[in-house]
Design a protein around this ligand. Structure first.
Ligand code: GLU
Length: 291
């Protein structure tokens, strides 16, 4: 038991939650309960172009149906919250200032598309981000004279070829190398939105999160975030990277099967118990889930 344990679930309301999200959140809830600690629900609704209130509301409803519960956040009977990143902007700006003053970030004119066409992703899977070309980096110290981010992208200058190690609570020792596995990454977007990496670190630190449970697809993000914890001089939490939900052909659910949102599974008559507990969960689902 560890009553000081603080975990969190942090959905991004850009669409309906699918079974993969729910299984990760379920693990987060079980780990918080086993520790006798707290689970916090945080809405990561920073991107005004992609996030919708309707999805945020349905995520709460769908997770309740799935059986998830939390002690802080929306709809939890008088506990603290809700926590919405869109209402926490001053914290992110403050963090931007700190990393800017520390000389960790620089303004960058290049778009994601520029980076994608200049270079290749470091890993074969299509999700890893292309490496920001080293020769595009401005001299050290660039950007120090800015008082606000303005309409510019800002990137974190990763330390040359530094190895980052952490002990994942499920996967064991993990190691990534800067400039090989990932390059300079965005902390602020020119449309005024803090990046996921910055916002998640600032909020996990502000909320005193002791353990982050997230999908295995975010391992490299965790490595990037360790650099941000260091730059912000905050202790990093522990990490547990949950397995991704795949279909019987090993394909990631999120990638392939449109129709496996919790909403649709519920309407189709699946029970949350069966979806949570089935080892071979796929066998209980539609034979033709892509239709
Ligand atoms: N909002 C992020 C997502 O839905 C959270 C990821 C994380 O756990 O850090 O992917």
């Amino acid at each position: 038991m560890n009553p000081d344990y603080r975990g969190r679930i942090a959905p991004t309301p850009t669409g309906y939650l699918h079974l993969g999200h729910a299984r990760t959140f379920w693990i987060a809830m079980e780990r918080a309960a086993e520790a006798g600690g707290q689970l916090i629900y945080r809405e990561e609704d920073l991107d005004p172009q992609r996030c919708r209130r309707e999805y945020a509301e349905s995520a709460i409803e769908d997770l309740r149906w799935f059986g998830c519960g939390w002690q802080e956040g929306p709809d939890c009977g008088g506990g603290q919250g809700p926590y919405r990143q869109s209402e926490r902007y001053p914290r992110f700006l403050e963090a931007w200032k700190r990393v800017k003053e520390g000389g960790f970030i620089y303004p960058c004119e290049k778009s994601r598309r520029d980076v994608a066409s200049a270079t290749q992703a470091p890993h074969a899977d299509d999700e890893s981000e292309p490496l920001y070309p080293e020769h595009w980096r401005p001299p050290v110290g660039t950007g120090q004279n800015f008082n606000e981010p303005g309409a510019l992208n800002w990137r974190f200058r990763v330390p040359d070829h530094r190895s980052l190690h952490f002990d994942d609570l499920r996967l064991g020792p993990c190691a990534f190398e800067c400039l090989r596995d990932f390059g300079d990454f965005l902390v602020w977007r020119k449309d005024g939105v803090p990046s996921y990496e910055l916002a998640v670190v600032v909020d996990d630190a502000a909320m005193g999160i002791t353990e982050v449970v997230r999908g295995e697809d975010l391992l490299i993000s965790t490595a990037r975030q360790l650099l941000l914890y260091e730059a912000l001089q905050c202790p990093a939490p522990e990490f547990y990277h949950a397995p991704l939900v795949v279909d019987r052909n090993g394909q990631r659910l999120a990638k392939r099967h449109r129709s496996l949102s919790l909403r649709e599974l519920r309407v189709a008559g699946h029970s949350p118990e069966a979806l949570r507990s089935t080892e071979d969960w796929w066998s209980g689902l539609d034979e033709n889930p892509e239709s």
